[in-house]
Design a protein around this ligand. Structure first.
Ligand SMILES: O=C(O)c1ccccc1NCC(=O)[C@H](O)[C@H](O)COP(=O)(O)O
Length: 203
């Protein structure tokens, strides 16, 4: 991982996606294991993970899955981090922590304001209410600017807006899926490369 803005590209499905993200300089790549047009199975992710150098974090994305299923899929895929989009509690996080995975908690601003570390996560991803929708939220509501905590801005980012979003919110990292796609669930290599470049230009 680099010392600059941490950049994660999510929802990768193919060798081309993975190679492009790695060559573009992404710090992390995500595989979605829950219901989604971006879903991959554990065997596919395992094959793709073998292409990924050690300095790039491989992340499995889950939404409201039973703990034993998350453990099984994450183990079979050989991913190093787990990203959770659900109402999981501290015990759920503590159990996964014993498996050695880096834990990323995805949360949206709603009735409550998520705070870094509440559930024992290693990174906090502040996202739109519907993950992977490509819809932006009011980023200025985020209270974590320049906090030094490992929080990632996500939700509706694209090569066109990420530079300004980073400059405005000062996150530790950013995460994107829809904004680097040519159609829903299909990544665009040129957009992936442009996103990484634009994100770092705003940092
Ligand atoms: O991508 C999905 O379909 C998905 C399904 C279930 C849980 C999470 C999912 N995606 C998470 C992400 O892609 C990102 O972490 C984040 O939500 C940013 O998405 P986007 O607004 O599309 O850039």
């Amino acid at each position: 991982m680099s010392n600059s803005l941490f950049v994660k590209i999510c929802g990768l499905k193919t060798e081309r996606d993975v190679d492009t993200a790695v060559e573009a300089g992404a710090d992390a790549i995500g595989f979605v294991f829950s219901h989604s047009p971006r879903r991959v199975d554990a065997a596919t992710a395992a094959r793709l993970c073998r292409r990924v150098p050690e300095n790039v974090l491989t992340v499995g994305v889950f939404r409201e899955e039973p703990l034993r299923d998350v453990r099984a899929v994450a183990t079979e895929a050989g991913i190093r981090a787990v990203q959770l989009h659900g109402p999981e509690d501290r015990g759920y996080y503590a159990d996964l922590a014993t498996g050695g995975w880096t834990l990323i908690r995805a949360a949206a601003f709603g009735d409550t304001e998520p705070r870094f570390g509440e559930l024992g996560e290693d990174m906090l991803l502040l996202d739109a209410p519907v993950p992977g929708s490509g819809v932006a939220w009011d980023w200025t509501r985020g209270p974590l600017a320049d906090s030094g905590e490992k929080w990632l801005l996500a939700g509706g980012l694209s090569p066109d807006n990420v530079r300004d979003a980073v400059a405005a919110t000062r996150p530790w990292g950013v995460d994107v899926s829809s904004g680097v796609e040519q159609s829903r669930g299909v990544k665009d290599p040129a957009l992936i490369t442009a996103f990484v470049k634009a994100a770092r230009a705003g940092a």
